[in-house]
Each structure stands twice: as structure tokens, then as C-alpha cells.
Design a binder for this molecule. Structure first.
Ligand SMILES: Nc1ncnc2c1ncn2[C@@H]1O[C@H](COP(=O)(O)OP(=O)(O)OP(=O)(O)O)[C@@H](O)[C@H]1O
Ligand SMILES: [Mg+2]
Length: 180
């Protein structure tokens, strides 16, 4: 009886869970007047929890512009962005920075690794900004390196890792300890 009641309630709660990311008619215009570039012209996008989405398009089509907005590095010219139902446009700069720090992870095209710093410290870096205690930081960073098969390289610098090991795919460990 209890289960029979609990299940529909759980299903109803799931149905009302907002998407993790939702863009509504987002536009972005760089510059003004004759020099204005309309990079985004009304993007609608919904990404649910657990979905894996690739944004593809030719150079200049606005992929980076879109990612910058989703990553809270930039704001739309018009339209709305909801993160887990929260209207990001209504947040202050500081609140957006907190959202970035606690919920978003980036893997950049350039690896942005510190060359004279060990793999472990490179992976730990984003967790420093999140205020994690050193021991917790270390444990999580080691776990992330182990997850991509780089545990043995934790104390080597990026330059000491082979091309394959330091490639972008392996350095995803850099973004994963944040558990965005
Ligand atoms: N800071 C900026 N100031 C002015 N125009 C910009 C700026 N950033 C991007 N643009 C312009 O906005 C449009 C979209 O650029 P964007 O970088 O988002 O494209 P992209 O799809 O990421 O391209 P790529 O595949 O080359 O990385 C382009 O016309 C670009 O020239
Ligand atoms: Mg780009």
C-alpha cells in the first residue's frame, strides 16, 4: 500500500524536475552599429540530467558563444537561461561565479595545464577555489587521475607525460574532480 502510493509520487516529482540547462530564445550580439555581429539568433535548448549533448557547427556558427553563456562566462543579449530552474539572468556576478565554481566543469581546447606543476596539483587546482580541505582535494584528484589511468603519473609534470597520456582526453581528469 505504501509502495503503491510512494511510486506515483516519485514519478510525479521526476516529471516536474527542471532541465539542468534550458535556453529560451537566447540571442548574443557582439559590438554595436555597423560592426555588430549577431552570433546567436534565438537559441532554444533543453538538456536533462544525464543527457550527453554535442554542439556541432561550422566555424563562426556560435558554438563558443553558446558554451560561454551556458558556462556563465558571458551573458546573453536577450532571452533567458535557466540552470536547474534558476534564472541565471537574475543572479549577480558573484552568484554566477559561485554557480560556476560549484556546478560547472570546463575542458578547454588548450589544456591550460601548469607546465612546472605535477599532474596531481594540476588536477587539484579547481578544488582549491572551491575551498576543499587539502586532504579531501588530494583524495579526489588522485581518484580522478586513477579513473583515466594516470595514477602512476600523479607526481610527474605535464611535459613528462607522453603525448598520448597528456592528450585532451586524459586531461579530462582536470575537470572531473569538481563533479560538476
Ligand atoms: N568577442 C567577440 N567580439 C566580436 N565578435 C565575436 C566575438 N566572439 C565571437 N565573435 C563572432 O561571433 C560569431 C560566432 O563566434 P564563435 O566563436 O561563437 O563561433 P564558433 O562556432 O565557436 O567558431 P569556431 O568553430 O571557429 O570555434 C563569429 O562571427 C565571431 O567572429
Ligand atoms: Mg569556438
Amino acid at each position: 500500500m505504501t509502495t503503491a502510493i510512494a511510486q506515483p509520487q516519485a514519478a510525479a516529482a521526476h516529471a516536474t524536475t527542471p532541465p539542468v540547462i534550458e535556453l529560451r530564445l537566447v540571442t548574443k550580439t557582439y559590438g554595436a552599429g555597423a560592426a555588430a555581429v549577431q552570433a546567436l539568433r534565438g537559441v532554444d535548448l533543453r538538456i536533462a540530467a544525464g543527457e550527453f549533448v554535442a554542439v556541432m557547427g561550422p566555424s563562426g556558427s556560435g558554438k563558443s558563444t553558446c558554451m560561454n553563456i551556458i558556462g556563465c562566462l558571458d551573458v546573453p543579449t536577450s532571452g533567458a537561461y535557466f540552470f536547474e530552474g534558476v534564472d541565471v539572468g537574475a543572479l549577480s556576478r558573484e552568484q554566477r561565479a559561485l554557480l560556476r565554481r560549484h556546478y560547472l566543469g570546463f575542458v578547454f581546447q588548450g589544456y591550460n595545464l601548469l607546465n612546472r606543476t605535477s599532474a596531481l596539483e594540476n588536477v587539484e587546482l579547481p578544488l582549491v577555489y572551491r575551498g576543499l580541505a587539502p586532504s579531501a582535494r588530494r583524495a579526489r584528484a588522485l581518484g580522478a587521475l586513477a579513473a583515466v589511468g594516470l595514477a602512476a603519473w600523479a607526481h610527474h609534470t605535464p611535459g613528462e607525460l607522453s603525448g598520448a597520456s597528456s592528450s585532451g582526453s586524459r586531461w579530462r581528469a582536470r575537470s572531473s574532480p569538481s563533479r560538476p
